[in-house]
Write a protein that binds this ligand. Structure first.
Ligand SMILES: [Zn+2]
Length: 397
């Protein structure tokens, strides 16, 4: 299933130039393929860099030359029916053509710069209750949140942000968020404190939320994210998928699951919210109580594995990457017991964290985690996206 990489389509995908069906396929491939995701990040970085290129003024000599040529041509005798052969020859001479091209380019760049200056990116904020504040001023019914500005709610207020054309974010009381970036390839908020709920219908990995202990990357979804005063956060996903990242540590969280993060450690291991309370307590110990003795660590892991159900393979699959030696063998054995690996996935391959084999197994586990067949998933995605588009159109009216 991962033989058809999508590298060739990524540039068009980034520019939203693909047919909806193809774009959907690319988005789904990106969810599961680390190598295409790496390529996607590179393309986005390239587009970002291109956006930062400085404007370079045309040299004076070029303008002088252009004026001189124009003066010269204007003084030529006029023949309305057909320009003289000499004029035609001059018109298509490489030097005037290059000058004209430079002029058109300079005008285009200048026009684009004026357009950029006039349409400074900002998001619309609607007051839901109380008096939300942008910067230092209270907003009325509506306000604009510019790049770099903070939006803050007190104990009595709530607000709703329209995230460009890709979704909505509701801001609960006692919350502080800042707009870090909004451009075609990346929309980014910072959640410093409090709680927000996001509904995003853009292609995956365009909407990000920075928290003090991890970055939440949207994979086409709805979720709530909250950050406490110590900088620890909790992500709860209600539709689709969200990835939580800090450096090389990544947790992929589907609907119905949650994931905690801690400053200095990053994302913990995701778990389904209906898992046994003792299972969740054991997981918190494994994830965040680093001081636990080695022997205790193994005992806690054994307890967690004994309590795991078929759906908890979500947690176990992530634990393969986060355990070593004998502990990893224990995780593999329980995982294989709950959801036997498909053909092509071997015990040795998994224990050595063979990327291809792990992806293949994850493809099968996905169906358990989302409780659906690939066909049903396709229909749900199509439905979510259609709903998003209809919603977007309604708002434009
Ligand atoms: Zn790929």
């Amino acid at each position: 299933m991962f033989s058809n990489h999508v590298g060739k389509q990524l540039s068009a995908y980034c520019h939203d130039e693909l047919e909806a069906r193809v774009s959907q396929r690319v988005a789904e491939h990106l969810l599961g393929c680390r190598s295409c995701r790496a390529e996607f990040e590179q393309i986005k970085a390239g587009m970002k860099l291109a956006g930062l290129l400085p404007l370079v003024a045309a040299p004076d000599s070029l303008w002088c030359e252009l004026e001189r040529k124009l003066d010269h041509e204007v003084s030529l005798p006029q023949q309305p029916s057909q320009p003289p052969a000499r004029f035609r020859a001059r018109l298509f001479h490489p030097v005037p053509v290059a000058i004209a091209a430079a002029l058109v380019l300079a005008l285009g760049v200048a026009g684009f710069w004026v357009y950029r200056q006039e349409s400074r990116p900002s998001w619309e904020v609607a007051r839901l209750v109380g008096s939300p504040v942008i910067g230092s001023s209270r907003i009325g019914q509506k306000g604009q949140l510019g790049v770099g500005q903070w939006l803050e709610t007190d104990a009595e207020s709530r607000a709703r942000i329209s995230v460009a054309s890709i979704g909505q974010v509701e801001i609960d009381p006692n919350t502080r968020v800042r707009l870090l970036e909004t451009r075609a390839t990346e929309h980014r908020l910072e959640l410093a404190r409090g709680r927000m709920s996001a509904h995003i219908w853009a292609p995956p990995r365009l909407f990000f939320v920075d928290t003090p202990s991890a970055v939440a990357a949207d994979l086409g979804c709805a979720y709530t994210l909250e950050v406490d005063d110590a900088g620890a956060s909790l992500l709860r996903v209600t539709a689709g998928w969200v990835a939580l990242q800090l450096r090389d540590r990544e947790s992929i969280v589907p609907a119905g699951a949650a994931c905690a993060t801690r400053p200095g450690i990053g994302p913990g291991t995701p778990y389904f919210e209906d898992a046994a309370p003792d299972f969740r307590r054991a997981l918190t110990k494994l994830d965040f109580e680093a001081a636990t003795e080695r022997s205790d660590h193994s005992a806690v892991l054994k307890q967690l594995l004994a309590l795991s159900r078929e759906r908890d393979t979500l947690t176990l699959w992530h634990l393969l990457y986060r355990t070593e030696n004998n502990d990893r063998i224990l995780v593999y054995e329980r995982l294989a017991e709950l959801a036997p690996p498909p053909p092509g996935v071997t015990r040795d391959g998994v224990l050595q964290l063979d990327e291809t084999q792990l992806r293949l197994w994850k493809g099968h586990l996905d169906n358990i985690w989302t409780g659906s067949s690939p066909l049903k998933k396709g229909w749900i995605n199509l439905w979510t996206r259609t709903l998003g588009k209809v919603k977007g159109l309604e708002e434009k009216k």
